[in-house]
Design a binder for this molecule. Sequence first.
Ligand code: FAD
Length: 249
Amino acid sequence: MNETGSADVVVVGGGVAGLSAAVFTARHDLDTLVVDAGGSILRRNAHLENFPGFPAGINARLLLDLLREQIDRAGCEQLSAAVTQVSPTDEGFIVETADERITSQYVIAATKNEVGYLAGIDGVGIIDRGKTFVDVDDRGRTGVKGLYAAGRVAQKPHQAIVCAGHGAEVAVTLLEDNESPFYHDWVTPDGYFTDRERDLPPGCEEIDDSERQQREADSRGLLQKYLAEPHPDDQETHPSLDGETPTNN
Ligand SMILES: Cc1cc2nc3c(=O)[nH]c(=O)nc-3n(C[C@H](O)[C@H](O)[C@H](O)COP(=O)(O)OP(=O)(O)OC[C@H]3O[C@@H](n4cnc5c(N)ncnc54)[C@H](O)[C@@H]3O)c2cc1C
């Protein structure tokens, strides 16, 4: 199969961990592609009540839609497919699906307990505790330069906000390892740095009040659109209750 695309960062898995990672790499202008097979485990949740910021909870399928909208706005590409193999090369990685062969400098694995596509990579430790996980250091790095793991697959606690936060942390680690100028991904009031005679740090943006109001209006309109009607997707449940192959989740 010929090479069909390239990206700076391929995120494998579009659940909360992978989508949160992609927000940060894409906002930092790394060409980011999220490849997702569909079916974040969070889709089975009946009402998500412990994700900070939603005092009365939120439909978990809606939260995933919002995260996908967020990465889209950050310029991230998305591909619906299962990754079958990741192979290190001298320049980075080749990421394969049934139909695509994508080159990338970095890969973030965020696939909950799916690790088959990492099989045979020297330096990637696979932990089998009935379910499989990827061995990482305290910032999400595997033993292979440029290859990271985030969220549940990196043995993080089975909570959406923890996995989302870890996705963000791993992405920031990648940005630090990339050695491109990075301070924080912050949007600040006009003059916050520059009126104190400080250069605007890389990754930061100062906006004036009219721009702030514009962004707030945009955000309110978007959320009103998403929240206007009940979410259209059906509640999902354990596959064994749907007559599909049982798992332990
Ligand atoms: C019934 C239920 C209710 C829950 N309720 C809550 C709750 O109330 N509060 C809470 O905090 N947590 C809850 N959780 C846990 C929460 O859903 C998970 O901890 C969280 O979703 C893990 O995030 P993740 O991104 O690591 O994995 P996931 O969200 O599962 O995302 C992994 C993604 O990887 C994709 N993928 C897998 N293999 C491949 C491949 N080879 N190629 C491409 N993509 C692939 C999958 O399709 C999936 O989209 C619940 C879980 C369940 C089962």
